[in-house]
Ligand binder design. Structure first.
Ligand code: NAP
Length: 487
């Protein structure tokens, strides 16, 4: 990759806070560095927002709320549609920026930009379909009128693993519904969000509707917003422990809450599965985003009659994947986000091996620069292995066997999380029975990828609640009002 082009893309990104339609420095002038996880080098410095800045952002959001709620749905729709067009036009720059700050290979970054832009297009189409009901009450003595209105100013907190799609999945429906917002991007990947904010400014989003405050002090900066009665909603994508903390804070003013939290996806392969398909989809379910995804297959439960074949074939595929900086040609696996994450992945592998697992491929760091870890397949996983219960968030595939359908279902459900599961079988009855029995918000049937802007994304149990995308997504940003009519 051309170093001059990387430099140009980095230079073009705004590095300030975006408040009330303008770019500004942090109060006090502090900045922080954003690192390339493939080189461990600092890329640029970005304004480090303070609690005062967050308050100014909420001031702007609160001041803009009434006019924005009253704006024509078509106007909001057209803004989102133009954002889709401009994101698509600037896809190469957005993708390169994302690869630089997050590490995923360029082709995957371009895929995320397209996925993110699709949320703008999808919610452009939803903005003009916000409706209510008119009905006669059952006693026939009056009429029921319902309307759906914007919730009000929102706080949107996003993670580093999908730096732009986790943004538009919230910003898109908030704009469509007529809500204003304060966005706090992850400190490790603020650049994609800053460029997105500039695109939304360019396509005519009114001042104050969107405000973005990067910071290294997430809790200190967003905490006071929960004490301010003007904030009406928090939507969070991130880890379950932080989600729980935010729920407590949200209880103070009983905010509307959406929680897209961690996962521990089981990938279940029955003895009758199409093995070519199962292996191909396992590579996607495990390796997309370097395994750093809430919907990543975290544990493979495979029928004992095919487990060895499955594990060997998966090991061969993962062992052939090219590891390197995401900007280089042919690279399929980038670095992990930081040394801490790589250390966590290495510890989980060591723990599993210590408890009886066998390494079929990988199981080690790669290189001495950048946070690379080799794609890894482990067989012979025992019940005691910690990675069965924890989110791995890395390129490690543990394979465990089962001998009956009931055992597979029990093993798949043996988790505090319930985001997604993947099921591979050619038996329709089994597929439907297992789909009903699994405790998850989403399920991939003979498919290793479920994410789609037109589908309701979200979990159950400790993976949270609320749905993003689909027809359901906009409801997170609307309140229903009922009017009893004497007629
Ligand atoms: P994280 O540590 O929970 O951080 C997520 C965001 O919350 C970041 O912006 C972070 O800021 C901020 N944050 C952390 N502590 C906070 C606090 N006390 N108050 C306010 N904000 C706070 O999660 P992560 O490591 O970035 O992301 C990985 C997690 O996200 C995984 O568990 C993954 O499964 C989950 N995830 C879920 C979905 C889904 O849709 N269900 C999608 C993607 C990811 P800093 O950057 O400053 O720490």
């Amino acid at each position: 990759m051309d170093a001059a082009r990387e430099k140009a893309v980095l230079e073009a990104v705004p590095k300030g806070l975006f408040i009330n339609g303008t770019w500004r420095d942090a109060s006090g002038g502090a900045t922080f560095g954003v690192e390339d996880p493939a080189t461990e080098q600092k890329l640029v410095e970005v304004a480090d927002g303070t609690a005062d800045d967050a308050r100014a952002a909420l001031d702007a959001a609160a001041a803009a709320q009434a006019d924005w709620a009253a704006s024509a749905p078509r106007e909001r729709s057209e803004i989102l549609r133009r954002a889709f067009d401009l994101m698509s036009e600037r896809s190469d720059d957005l993708a390169l920026l994302m690869t630089l700050e997050m590490g995923k290979p360029l082709a995957e970054a371009a895929g995320e930009v397209s996925y993110a832009a699709e949320f703008c297009r999808w919610f452009a189409e939803e903005a003009v379909r916000i409706d209510g009901r008119w009905s006669r009450n059952p006693a026939g003595s009056g009429r029921l009128l319902t309307m759906r209105q914007p919730v009000g100013p929102c706080l949107l907190i996003t993670p580093w693993n999908f730096p732009i799609a986790m943004g538009t999945r919230k910003i898109g429906p908030a704009i469509a519904a007529g809500c204003t917002m304060v966005v706090k991007p992850a400190q490790q990947t603020p650049l994609s969000m800053l460029l997105l904010a500039d695109i939304l400014r360019e396509v005519g989003l009114p001042d104050g509707v969107l405000n973005v405050v990067p910071t290294t002090k997430a809790s200190d900066v967003t905490g006071p917003l929960f004490d301010d009665g003007r904030l009406r909603k928090v939507s969070f994508t991130g880890s379950t422990p932080v989600g729980k903390k935010l729920m407590e804070q949200a209880s103070k003013h009983l905010l509307r809450v959406s929680m897209e939290l961690g996962g521990n996806a089981p990938f279940v392969v029955f003895g009758d599965a199409d093995m070519d398909l199962a292996v191909e989809q396992a590579v996607i379910a495990k390796m997309r985003n370097i395994g750093e995804s809430c919907v990543a297959a975290n544990r493979f439960h495979v029928h004992e009659s095919v487990a060895e074949e499955f594990a060997q074939r998966l090991a061969q595929r993962l062992g052939e994947m090219k590891v390197g900086r995401g900007t280089e040609d042919g690279v399929e696996v980038g670095p992990l986000i930081d040394d801490e994450q790589r250390g966590k992945v290495a510890d989980l592998v060591e723990d599993a091996v210590g408890k009886g697992a066998k390494v079929l491929t990988g199981g080690e760091r790669v290189g001495d620069r950048g946070y690379f870890y080799a794609p890894t397949v482990l067989s012979g996983i025992t019940d005691e292995a910690t990675l069965l219960r924890e989110e791995i968030f890395g390129p490690v595939a543990p394979v465990k066997t089962f001998s009956s359908d009931d055992e597979a279902i029990a093993a798949a459900n043996a988790s505090d999380y319930g985001l997604v599961a993947y099921v591979f079988t050619r038996d329709l009855e089994r597929a439907l029975r297992v789909s009903e029995a699994l405790e998850v918000g989403m399920l991939g049937l003979n498919k290793g990828l479920v994410s789609n802007p037109a589908a309701p994304f979200g979990g159950v149990k400790e993976s949270g609640f609320g749905r993003e995308g689909g027809r359901e997504g906009i409801n997170e940003y609307l309140s229903v009002k009922y009017v009893a009519v004497d007629l």
